[in-house]
Structure formats: C-alpha cells, structure tokens
Design a protein around this ligand. Structure first.
Ligand code: GLC
Ligand code: CA
Length: 570
C-alpha cells in the first residue's frame, strides 16, 4: 500500500439513507431538503465525503435499488433542483458527494425493460437476460436453472406475454441487465455515470459490483443449502468470466475522465480476485467492501441461520479485510455498518443496557478509527443507534429481504404457532442481522418520532429515541457523538499510522481482548480493546506506552468491560 494521501484514501465517508435521514415537509419520508438542513452537522462530525444511497426515481420495491430512471429523482425525495442544491451545498462546505451506482439491474418499470419485455424481437430484448423454460418429467414448466434469488425463491421470473423467463437475482421487479450486450453497457455508462459526473458528483459506491458477468452456460449451481429447490448462484454469477473486462471498460470509458473515487460492493471473494478489482495498476475501482466482518456468524447462502462467532473469528475477519493489500498497490475499506447491516453495538458490542451500549459504541469507534483503509460511517452509528427491539412483530419490518425470508421459512417448516421454537430461533436471527435495523429513522431529539418527522414516519422509530438521540449528545463531552468526533480527529492527526499503517494482531488466542499494533516508518500505535463483559487485568505486550485515547475517564491496571485504549509506543 502506498502512503500517497490521495483524497479518497484519507477521507472519512458518511453514508446517508435518504428515506430515514430527515423529513423536511412532514410527509413521513426523509428527503433531500432534510439532508441539506443537516450538512453542517455532517461537516462538524469530521466527515469529508457523503455517500448518498439511491435517490433516483423508483417504485421502491427495494428501497430505491430498483431504479426506473437514472436521470430523475424519486418525487418523495425532491426534484433535480433539490439535487443540484445538495451537490452545491456539499461542495461549498468542502464535502464531496458520491452516489450509489445500481447497474446490475434496473426496475421493471425502467423504459428499457418495458421495451425489452414487449416482444421477442424488440431491439432491447437482449438488454436483459431472457431464457426459455425447462419442463420436468410431468411436463410442468420450470425455470431455466436452479439459481435462487437473494430475496428467496427462484432467481427467474416468468413473463406470460413472451413466454420466457427473465433473470432477476433480487426482487421480481429487479431484472438483471445483460452486460454481454455492448449497446446496453454504453447506455448504462451514459445515463447512470456520465450524466452525474457532468453534474459534478465525485464518484460512486458501486452496488453489487461483482455480479455483472454471468457465466453464459447458465448451469445449475451446486447445492449449498440442503432441502432448498433453489441454490445460491455465486459460482456462476459472482466474479464471473468477463467481470474485470467490464470494470476496465467502465473505468477507461468513463471514470478515468474525472477525479473520482469508486468503491465496489463485492462482498465475498478470494484475495486474488479482490486484488484484481482494486490494484491500482488494474485500473478498475479505487476500493471495495469485503464482508468478512459483517457476515460473521451467518451461514453461507442462509443468512438467517445464525450460528454465532467468537472473538478469534472476529480478529480473523478484521485481518482479512486489512491485510489483503499488504505489500501491494491496492487499497481497502473500513466499515462495520451500512444500510444492509445491523447496528454495531447490538451486533458486536453489548446493547443490553444504554450504558453498555454507549461504551461498546465508543470501543467500536476506536477500532474503526485505527484500521487501515478508507473509513465509512453509517448514519446513526455516530450516536450509537441500536437494533430494533426484539419485542417488535415482524409486521414492523419493511425490508423485502427479511419479509420474504420469513415467509419462506414459515412455509418450509409448516409453522402455525408463533411460539414454535424454530420460529423463535429464526426471529433471534432477524433480531441480530436484519437489514431494517439500519433503516429506522435517525433519532434527532426526544420529541415524538425522535424529531425525524412531524408526520407519520414511513417506518417506526426505534423506541429508545428518548435515550439515544443527537440533541442529547451534541453538547455532552462524554457522549458517543463527541467520542466519534474525537476518534475521527485522532485518526486524521496520526493518519500515517491509522490510515496507512501495517496492522498486526498481538493476542490472537485471547477470547476476550483484541490487541493489535499499527506501524509505519518507525512509529507505532498499540490498541487494546476489551470485547467482553468482564474486567480483565491489563498486561501490556509493549513497553513505553503513552495514552492517546480511551473510552473511560481514567485508565487503571484493569480493563473494565468494553474498555478500549489507544497508545503510542514511544
Ligand atoms: C446491494 C444493496 C442492497 C440491495 C441489493 C440489490 O446489496 O446494498 O441494499 O438490496 O444490492 O440492489
Ligand atoms: Ca419528506
């Protein structure tokens, strides 16, 4: 890794999920004007870049990841004029703005798909992936192969009119684009990328960036979830045969013409594949998100079969995300929350009480602020927001992923009783990893609905808004919010060490404490994090430690539960 201080390497990025950030007009939905009203707050936090999740026009079957027009704004969020104002509002404060680039699929309401599905010989027929049905021995119509959707069931959708199936790895209304078709690729580049670069945005978070190239044989996927008719298609749809060719083309034709950053959501891939995406000499993307940490404890292909994890696995995951760029010209990311993940104190800390939740949020802030790569913070993380309460019924959940998984589970196991132990175990998993934990409205103050809206919120606000909200933290030097600001400053003040330094774990076998060093050009930091509810004797593995930051007022010879410290080694 090169210590070159490129803006997007040094940056701290703040992700905004527009539906839940701030409602400016009382209709219950967050909107662009709401975001604009909070830009000073975002700046004050110490962030340099905003990543705005999809604000494009969309039927919202997958919260805007189903785009019907790349060049328009979802009316509930505002207008193009508001968007121009947001770009200007960011830039005038020295904040850069990146958008979400969702180009593996469109909405079925996109004009391209409407044309594509209109007839077998429409010129855009080949812009999506259409296949003839299969028939079983009894003559029943079946999808072309056994691939499952990320949102349960088959990945193929039957089209009555033209009597073929189309591929949709996500919702039925999210048809996958056919990247094999060059005309289609060029249309994507023009409408989804160039249009926005010309408006002045500074880059993209690239949605499902590893999925564009499907193995054209469309073979059945291997069985990884026994008992299910449909199986994860990774082998044939992730990091596929032409994926790097497509990224190189997108970079050379479009992105390279701007001073832009790109961060691809790639999730699971080998170190070798990861480097192909982000090695500087490959000219594909600036960096990618890997999922080692956020997927901990889940089962491959079956997220809601949650089996848990231990601290060693957590350390391995951190190491995998940090280490794959060692000795290369590649770059990496640091994140623990986003719109698809649970809240970090609930998921990786202890959110049983507000006190332990706040303390573990601060511990996580120290972890995040000291790891190598570009740092991403998700809205609400900076105040220590929690997962939704376990007492909430599944009816409060809005996300197509959890709802479909729930319905599929209930049907598969013939569950009729809410107290069925199998269902309770499933709901425990929902409680731990559902995407909606991140999607409830931001808690701004202690007034009704947490000050998010004066109307009826589109999604229920977490019940703990009186205890966890921005207003109560902003002037409190001991709050999670103040601590995040401090931790982010510390990261910047010692950026060689924390943003660029080499990472090494010192106590791999310790099941309760995570100790590591960061090192660069002869300077060294020593980080010790107690990831447990126990008080543990502090036994430093290095000498001459000078305390830089801690989430307690006074450090003693004991590490209290969820205590974290950062030292410089002198
Ligand atoms: C990505 C997004 C997720 C979305 C999916 C389909 O994983 O992060 O929210 O549902 O892609 O676009
Ligand atoms: Ca609104």
């Amino acid at each position: 890794m090169t210590k070159d201080y490129t803006w997007w390497k040094d940056a701290t990025i703040y992700q905004i999920w527009p539906a839940s950030y701030k409602d400016s007009n009382g209709d219950g939905f967050g909107d662009l004007q709401g975001i604009i009203s909070k830009l000073d707050y975002v700046k004050d936090l110490g962030t340099d870049v905003i990543w705005l999740s999809p604000m494009y026009d969309s039927p919202q079957d997958d919260m805007g990841y189903d785009i019907s027009n790349y060049q328009d704004i979802y009316p509930k969020y505002g207008t193009m004029k508001d968007m121009d104002q947001l770009i200007e509002g960011c830039h005038s404060r020295g904040i850069k703005l990146i958008l979400d680039l969702v180009i593996n699929h469109t909405s079925s309401e996109h004009e391209w798909f409407k044309e594509s599905r209109s007839s077998l010989d429409n010129p855009k027929r080949d812009w999506y992936i259409w296949k003839k049905p299969k028939y079983d021995a009894d003559g029943n119509r079946k999808p072309p192969n056994n691939w499952c959707s990320y949102f349960s069931g088959s990945a193929w959708e039957w089209d009555e009119k033209t009597q073929e199936y189309y591929l949709r790895l996500f919702a039925p209304t999210q048809p996958d684009l056919n990247w094999e078709n060059e005309e289609c690729r060029n249309a994507i580049y023009d409408t989804a990328l160039k249009f926005w670069f010309e408006k002045g945005i500074d880059g993209f978070r690239i949605d499902t960036a590893g999925l564009y190239s499907k193995d054209q044989r469309f073979l059945d996927a291997p069985i990884v979830v026994p008992g299910n008719e449909f199986q994860p298609s990774y082998k044939y749809s992730s990091n596929g045969p032409r994926i790097h060719e497509f990224h190189k083309e997108m970079f050379s034709k479009v992105t390279s013409h701007y001073d832009a950053m790109t961060v691809g959501e790639v999730g699971d891939c080998s170190r070798e594949d990861a480097l192909k995406y982000v090695s500087a000499k490959e000219k594909e993307m600036s960096m990618i998100f890997l999922f080692d940490i956020v997927m901990l404890g889940t089962t491959e292909g079956d997220k809601y079969n949650f089996v848990g994890y231990d601290l060693k696995q957590f350390k391995d995951a951190v190491k995998n995300q940090a280490d794959f760029i060692k000795g290369t010209d590649a770059w990496s990311t640091v994140f623990i929350e986003n719109h698809d993940q649970a809240r970090s104190p609930s998921r990786f800390g202890n959110a049983k009480t507000i006190k332990s939740s706040f303390k573990s949020s601060k511990l996580i802030a120290l972890l995040q602020a000291t790891l190598t790569g570009t740092l991403f913070i998700y809205q609400g993380q900076e105040i220590g927001m929690n997962n939704l309460p376990r007492s909430w019924d599944i009816k409060e959940y809005k996300d197509i992923e959890s709802i479909n998984a729930y319905n599929e589970f209930v049907a598969k196991h013939n569950i009729t009783d809410k107290n069925d132990p199998k269902l309770i175990k499933f709901m425990d998993a929902v409680d731990t990893v559902a995407r909606d934990h991140a999607r409830s409205p931001v808690q701004w103050d202690s007034t009704e609905h947490g000050g998010f809206t004066t109307g009826d919120p589109w999604m229920r606000v977490n019940d703990n808004y009186p205890e966890i909200n921005v207003e109560s933290q902003i002037n409190d030097a001991n709050s999670v919010l103040s601590f995040y600001k401090r931790a982010l400053k510390m990261r910047k003040n010692h950026k060689d060490l924390f943003i660029y330094g080499q990472f090494e774990i010192l106590d791999y076998d310790n099941e309760k404490v995570f100790t590591y060093v960061k090192e660069i050009d002869g300077t060294k930091a020593y980080i010790v994090l107690n990831f447990s509810d126990e008080t543990i004797k502090f036994e430093p593995l290095e000498k001459n430690l000078k305390l830089l930051e801690a989430n307690v007022d006074n450090v003693t010879e004991n590490l209290t539960p969820w205590e974290g410290r950062v030292y410089l080694v002198e």
